[in-house]
Design a protein around this ligand. Structure first.
Ligand SMILES: Nc1ncnc2c1ncn2[C@@H]1O[C@H](COP(=O)(O)OP(=O)(O)OP(=O)(O)O)[C@@H](O)[C@H]1O
Ligand SMILES: [Mg+2]
Length: 330
């Protein structure tokens, strides 16, 4: 069966950068699968997810392949792209207030894409809007309301309903709960997960919150400086991190089961896009780095005895115990 999303060797260059901002991303999302993409600010999570809809900054150039339902997005013409964005894949952004025009009624916002891009008759589009509002727990009256009349949590539900309007195979959610309070966050995450199951979509969930990634995802990709540092099933990866960056991220994440534990910030800064990189991009901040790390880019290698895992670290095998220990006891 084809994967819902397949990204192979995606490289993305931006004008003025000394190195590719995405340096060879390989990532898949299967049908009905929830995949989390995690990493620090600036690692390239949003650009990766935006590439799937080809929503890229001006002057960006790409290499590699991004396929949704087997169709290559990077070579689509305008008509195919419209079809992709209306019916095949949809994006939910971080801040619903910034993504929804405050001067238009919710009903118009929800039905616009179907009416304009798919020639759906207004009545049919309205009926679909009512069904999708119901699916996200909102009543029909919301259709006639304006964004300013709704809370942030309700507006994010409207965004989710809007993403479902075209019956997509894939939903891309880029930090969809960051602008919400904690209780509403949990509700929205639970809702996304229910809807994924009910409508059979794949979900790519972008977040810097490892707790959230662990709670919602089947598989995880950990991203650092435009590369995948490590990937694998969520439980295995968080229990037994194999990349020093993953272990450091876990140590800097608050844990409910170890409230007294100290949070260790990761020392140093991610490399700037003005710097060229040789070797492992994490080497400058890595407590285990050796000469080889500064000189040679570590390839992605399987983890012995652990299916479906890949890690890009020269010393991953020797560090296994130390990394797992540091994640469990801090
Ligand atoms: N439109 C743009 N023009 C120039 N540089 C950009 C643009 N968008 C992103 N970048 C740069 O590309 C890199 C990756 O950005 P991206 O937004 O994908 O990061 P991210 O992982 O989503 O971070 P965050 O957690 O802050 O959202 C960053 O260094 C960013 O400054
Ligand atoms: Mg982002």
């Amino acid at each position: 069966m084809t994967n819902t999303l397949e990204i192979d060797g995606l490289r993305l260059h931006l004008p003025g950068a000394a190195r590719p901002v995405l340096a060879g991303i390989d990532l898949t999302v299967g049908a009905r699968e929830t995949v989390a993409l995690v990493g620090e600010s600036g690692s390239g999570k949003s650009l990766t997810s935006r590439s799937v809809l080809r929503l890229l900054p001006p002057g960006a150039t790409t290499e590699g392949r991004v396929a949704v339902q087997g169709q290559d997005v990077l070579t689509m013409d305008a008509k195919q792209l419209r079809q992709l964005r209306t019916h095949t894949a949809a994006m939910i952004f971080q801040d619903p207030r910034a993504a929804i025009n405050p001067l238009r009624r919710i009903g118009d916002f929800l039905t616009e894409s179907l009416r304009l891009n798919a020639d759906t008759p207004a009545q049919q589009a309205d009926e679909r809007a009512v069904r999708m509002l119901d699916a996200v727990g909102l009543g029909e009256r919301v259709l006639r309301q304006y964004p300013g009349q709704l809370s942030g949590g309700m507006l994010q539900r409207v965004m989710i309903a809007s993403a479902l309007m075209g019956d997509p195979a894939l939903i891309l959610a880029d930090e969809p709960t960051t602008a919400l309070d904690v209780t509403t966050q949990a509700e929205v995450v639970g809702l996304l997960d229910d809807l994924r199951e009910r409508f059979g979509t794949g979900l790519l969930f972008v977040t810097h919150d490892l707790g959230l990634a662990a709670a919602i995802s089947d598989r995880v990709y950990v991203m650092y400086a435009g590369r995948i540092a490590e990937t694998g099933p969520a439980e295995a990866l968080f229990d037994r991190p194999r990349h020093p960056y993953t272990a450091a991220l876990l140590r800097s994440t608050p844990r409910l089961d170890a409230p007294q534990g100290r949070l260790a910030a990761i020392k140093g800064q991610p490399p700037s896009l003005k710097e060229e990189l040789t070797g492992c991009p994490f080497a400058a901040r890595c407590p285990f780095a050796t000469q080889a790390c500064a000189e040679e880019l570590p390839p992605h290698r399987p983890v012995p005895g652990e299916p479906d895992r890949l890690v890009a670290c020269h010393h991953s095998d020797q560090l296994a115990d130390q990394l797992a220990g540091s994640a469990a006891h801090d």
